[in-house]
Write a protein that binds this ligand. Sequence first.
Ligand SMILES: [Zn+2]
Ligand SMILES: [Zn+2]
Length: 275
Amino acid sequence: MTNIRIIKTCPLNLGFLEDNLEINQSKTPGLCGLDGKPTPVAAALNSLTGADSATEAMSHARRDYLAEIYRLQSSTEVPVTTTAVAARLEVSPPAAVKMMRLLAHEGYLRRQPYKGVRLTPKGEREALRSIRRHRLLEAFLVTVMKFGWDEVHTHAHDLEAAINDQFEDRMDELAGYPARCPHGDPIPTKDGRMPALSEASLLTFPVGTRGILRRIRRHTPDKLRYLAEIRLTPGTPITLLNRAPFDGPVRLKTPVGEQVLGADMAANLFIEVAT
Ligand SMILES: [Zn+2]
Ligand SMILES: [Zn+2]
C-alpha cells in the first residue's frame, strides 16, 4: 500500500508521533457528516489481518485527516485552519498541528503560516480515494448486506482500513456501480474525480420551489431514522410550502403528506430543483 511505503520512508519518529497524535480509533469522523458509535468490527478485522500495527493506525488516521480537509476546503477558498480540522475530527489542536505537519512533510498539504492548509494535488487524490472507499462501502452495506442507512457510516469507517482496491472493485460491481452513498453524497470516480453536483440546501430556495431530495448533509443515526420514518430519503420529490421567519420551522409537501421540519434539519436537506 502506498501509504505504508510513504510512512516507512518518512524520517520522522513515528513512535513519538503516534503517542502524540491522539489517534482514537473509537472516534468516527464524518466523511459524510455523520457521528457514530464505535463498533467491534474494526477490532475483529484488525485481529484477522494484523492491521493493528502502528503503520496501519497511522495510515487510517492520515486518510481521515485528508478526507476531512477535503470536505472543509471544498466549501471555502481560504486555507483550512487547524482548529477547524481538530474540531471536526474531535482531536486536540496540538495533535492536529502535529499530524498536519507530517502530512505537509509528505507532500499531501501546503501549509500557509498563520493561515492554514490546502491539499496539494497528491493530497486531493488521496482524499478522494478515501472518500470513494467510504461511500462505496456504505452503498454496499445497504444495497447488498441490507443494513439500514442509519447504521452504515460507522461500519464503513471501520472497514476502510481493512479492504484493498480489488475488494473495492468487487463491492462496486455487486452494489451496481452506485453514483452516491445511501445519504446521497456523490462517490468520486475510480480515476479520482468528484462528480459535479446540481443540488443546494433547501433553505437557499424560495417558497414554492419543487425539487428532488438528493442528499442529507450532516446527519446522525437518530435523525436518519426520523427522516426515513417520514419518508424523506434521497430521490423523494418535495415542495417547499412555507418557511417561518427568523429560522423558524419549514413546511414541506412530500408524496405521503405535509411535514414540518426545524430550520436546522431543513438546511441539511439538499435538493435538485425540478425543471
Ligand atoms: Zn459516512
Ligand atoms: Zn454516506
